[in-house]
Design a protein around this ligand. Structure first.
Ligand code: GLN
Length: 572
């Protein structure tokens, strides 16, 4: 049976609970344990698939096709493991299952009630997701005191009763504000969070205090007394330069050993942070800096910018940079600006590279197409992700293949040249308005053209061999193999994750290829037709795009091969 670490948040959301959870998990992994993490999202949505990115940040896609809160992405980036969709539990999922079971008569005539049926379903899901690991960290989303947290707090308390307090510890991650008019760090909101947690019968074993700066002794003592815990269990976690430094900082405080000690567990090995530390220092490095223009649209929320809509792309850029010894400054540019004033395209000359990330719908599309044309004509390194690839094809069709007004049918259903068209399998979903969880989602295999740039990038990174091994493992789980699809016999494959409804229209691939755009990889469908997954312009400095989301397969010690290649050519 795994041991559990339950993490809840106090005071405000958005203080970096997810990255702290990831850091603790990473530390335990370094001590030789197998670790997984569960994210609990107390909202009624079944998953994050239908949530607006500007409200909730990016939607993370798991290998098995889940559309999840972005925290699962952090867990994967720190732990370097594939985390399945069952590691995300929402109120919607729990209630739906209980009600479905009731309708199916599975409760045998009993009254179905909040207690015990809801917490029981939550516990069942926690046990299923944590099975086989040494440790499982459960992050409860939101903030202590939210009404919607109650069933989950009740469930973990009930889990504690079942497995014994020696197998479960509680961590409260809180925030100490420093109001600007008094410039003093305040502990009162934290005291209230401690009290509210106590009202649920939960007493924190550790309190991690997030703040702008290091917490001093006076405040630490205040919290320690108020919570009645050991003084070295109150840990200060001030703002720092990069999230990847958090495990190193927490380890300076010996948090890993303290947690193991609380469980009375001996480390399986000594941590080795040398490689990690080197990469972290590279991120913070003051050496060469490159600038990247991200031409996108999900950035404005009221008066503020929300870069979280592209968190995995931002991270994948950082991973590649850290491994190449440079740092990147990313500028998020609303593509609509190029529609309003074409001369602003010239600003793109000031960047070392241009990324057009994923997106949906028609707004901002023409601006993105213009930016892609600019990158192509001016030999500026370009990376297109999902919609970014589809629009690169639209641009090429219009401006090189003379297909006037070529488009994706997502934007113009009646175009004479539908170079991007809806996947056959998607038509019914759209007609029936079945939007949730119905896209082409999760990991799929692709075969690469051995003469392509994309192939050599995957080969050099080792991913070509690794992904083939991964497939062998997945083959043992039949339903997963069915999802990922078949590859050509005897050919090595790579796997990337997907989230889309449209595809390159096979009716136009020959015409486009004849004009010099290389389709460098494809997915072979069960009916033996090919779905284009990668494109590139062989004569360009770097012009590569993919139907997939390689940003969901990148971590600090294993950067995505496409991002690595892109950043490398940005440096040149
Ligand atoms: N809107 C496009 C599609 O559905 C691209 C999606 C994306 O960029 N994730 O195919």
């Amino acid at each position: 049976m795994p041991r559990f670490i339950v993490v809840s948040g106090g005071v405000i959301s958005g203080v970096g609970k997810g990255v702290t959870v990831s850091s603790i998990a990473k530390i335990l992994q370094e001590y030789g344990f197998s670790v997984t993490a569960i994210k609990i999202d107390p909202y009624i949505n079944y998953d994050a698939g239908t949530l607006r990115p500007t409200e909730h940040g990016e939607v993370w896609v798991t290998y098995d096709g889940g559309e999840i809160d972005q925290d699962l992405g952090n867990y994967e980036r720190f732990l370097n493991i594939d985390i399945p969709k069952k590691n995300n539990i929402t109120t919607g999922q729990v209630y739906k299952k209980v009600i479905d079971d009731e309708r199916a008569g599975k409760y045998l005539g009993k009254t179905v009630q909040f207690i015990p049926h809801i917490p029981d379903e939550i516990k069942k899901r926690i046990k299923d997701a944590s099975d086989g690991y040494d440790f499982c960290i459960i992050e409860i989303g939101g903030t202590i005191g939210d009404y919607e947290n109650i069933p989950f707090l009740f469930a973990v308390k009930s889990l504690e009763r079942e497995i014994g307090k020696e197998n479960i510890i509680y961590i409260l991650i809180t925030y100490l504000p420093v109001p600007s008019h008094i410039e003093e760090m305040k502990t009162k909101p934290t005291q209230q969070a401690i009290r509210m947690l106590g009202e649920n019968g939960i007493f924190a074993d550790f309190i991690i205090c997030r703040a702008k700066k290091e917490m001093d002794k006076v405040r630490k003592e205040k919290i320690e007394r108020y919570a009645n815990i050991k003084s070295d269990h109150v840990v200060s976690e001030p703002d720092i330069d990069t999230i990847y430094r958090i495990p190193l900082d927490l380890e300076k405080d010996k948090l890993g050993l303290k947690i193991l000690n609380e469980f009375k567990v001996i480390p399986k090995k000594n941590p080795n942070w040398i490689e990690w530390e080197k990469l972290v220092d590279n991120i913070a490095n003051n050496g060469k800096k490159i600038t990247i223009a991200m031409v996108c649209k999900y950035i404005d929320i009221g008066e503020y910018e929300l870069k979280d809509s592209y968190v995995s792309v931002n991270q994948a850029i950082q991973h590649a940079c850290a491994n190449l010894g440079v740092s990147a400054e990313i500028k998020w540019i609303d593509s609509k600006k190029f529609e309003q004033d074409e001369s602003r395209l010239n600003e793109l000359k000031n960047y070392n590279g241009i990324i057009v990330p994923g997106g949906f719908g028609s707004s901002g599309v023409e601006g993105k197409i213009k930016a892609i044309e600019f990158a192509r004509k001016n030999n500026i390194p370009f990376l297109g992700l999902c919609y970014g690839m589809q629009l690169a094809i639209v641009e090429f069709a219009r401006n090189v293949c003379n297909m006037k007004d070529a488009n994706t049918t997502e934007v113009d259903e009646k175009t004479k040249y539908p170079v991007i068209n809806i996947l056959e399998s998607q038509k019914e979903f759209i007609n029936d308005k079945k939007y949730g969880g119905t896209m082409r989602l999760g990991a799929y295999a692709a075969v690469l053209d051995e003469k392509s740039k994309v192939f050599s990038l995957y080969e050099q990174s080792g991913r070509l061999n690794e992904d083939s091994d991964r497939i062998d493992k997945i083959k043992k789980q039949k339903e997963q193999l069915f999802r990922i699809g078949i590859a050509d016999e005897n050919k090595k494959i790579i796997i990337e994750r997907h989230r889309h409804r449209y595809e390159v229209n096979p009716d136009f691939t020959k015409q486009i290829q004849d004009k010099g755009l290389l389709f460098s990889g494809y997915h072979l469908r069960a009916d033996k037709t090919k779905l284009m997954e990668f494109i590139e312009l062989p004569k360009h400095k770097f012009f590569v795009a993919t139907q997939s989301h390689p940003e969901f397969n990148s971590s600090l010690n294993k950067p995505s091969p496409l991002f690595y290649g892109f950043i490398k050519s940005c440096i040149k």
